[in-house]
Design a protein around this ligand. Sequence first.
Ligand code: FES
Ligand SMILES: [Fe+2]
Length: 452
Amino acid sequence: MNVHQMNVPEAYAGYHLRDLPHEDAELTHVGPGAPCGEYMRRFWQPVCLSQELTDLPHATRILGEDLVAFRDKSGDVGVLHRHCSHRGTSLEYGIVAEHGIRCCYHGWLFGTDGTILETPGEPPNSKLRESFRHGAYPAREYEGLVFAYMGPPDEEPEFPMFDTYYLSDNKLVPYSCHYSCSWLQVHENFVDPIHAVFLHTRLTGTQFTDAWHDLPATEFIEKDAGLYYITTRQVGDRIWVRTNHIMLPNFGQVAALWEAVEKEKLFNRASVTRWSVPIDDTNSWIFGYRHFNDVVDTAGIGKEEECGIDSVDFLGQTGNRPYEERQREPGDWDALVGQRPIAIHAKEHLGTTDRGVAMWRKILREGIRGEGRFAGKPATWGYAGDPIHTYTHDTCLEIPDNGMKGAEQMEYLSQVGREALDCIFSGDALEGEERKSHIEQQLIALRDRYRA
Ligand code: FES
Ligand SMILES: [Fe+2]
């Protein structure tokens, strides 16, 4: 029974509001057998950084499973169940071998595919090692991140290659950030563009540039496995359209972190490609790449050397700052972890600006259930092609302020934003430079139509 049904006064209602409903288990529980956990296992997931694979094994935990990752001396990467199949000792204390990893306790040797290579204390004629396998997952390394596929072997998808991996002069720098909360609230931050106005700009004054100050016209578009937000603002004599691309179940790209709208830009691509990876129900990693190139960070704020293990060059992305500093200038980490270990959706009051969050939960639920536009399709439907096209962009067009105000201006800006994203979509039949050049021509034509 809520306050209204009880007809009690609105003020001082703490006594009536203290009970916590359960979390939305379908979207937040990720262990083996849980609907969201099983869904996520159908995708390649980052599990650690390559630099964490040294001459020592690396203990990690992903989707509620304790794992050990290592690079054997021949260079092969293994991602194995952490506890030895003999009597359970953690392989984090194992010895990395020429091929595979040897348990420290009785010396059993496990291959990267889980084959038992040696059981040295057993009699020479023992067939024990041939009678079972150790738990192992297929692993892939790409540009400094280690990925594993933890789903059913017969459903293993292609390793996804995104178009932004192939851009010329684009350096991918791997990083991670540990979050002491559910993966879902970390990922939902993507579809909440309004927090950038408040958390990163108005309330702090230092995290982003002045261009972020005004509330944007905001649109959300669904396409294939993706959800896109478009924010559009008039900044001086330019209209700035920014789109972030989010894909099921836990992939996302961020456009320029510190866009300042200081000159015309057409199809400027992502500054971050990342995954929100569950450790378990109440802890998660962001694993991703910061993109460094000449166009995405024209403000010159990014620092490659600050990107690495639990570290990225953007204030407030980890819990590693002193508590008082985090209270005085909170960042994403503080806002997201502050939503409780698992945000309780039944306690929220979603407003107009939370449309993206509501849409995201709906399509995630449909993806998990295989309903709606995901009905009858494999889990990874929408991840087609090599490369997989992404649409994240900043576009700053020389279109002077036409004097519109209020709702009329918002509708006008929304229309420009939608048309800009249509220009990006219009390059889908093309690849690489051809696609870029086509999209740029379309955006120039869009600008000229609005200037006329
Ligand atoms: S517990 Fe690992 S070899 Fe015995
Ligand atoms: Fe943020």
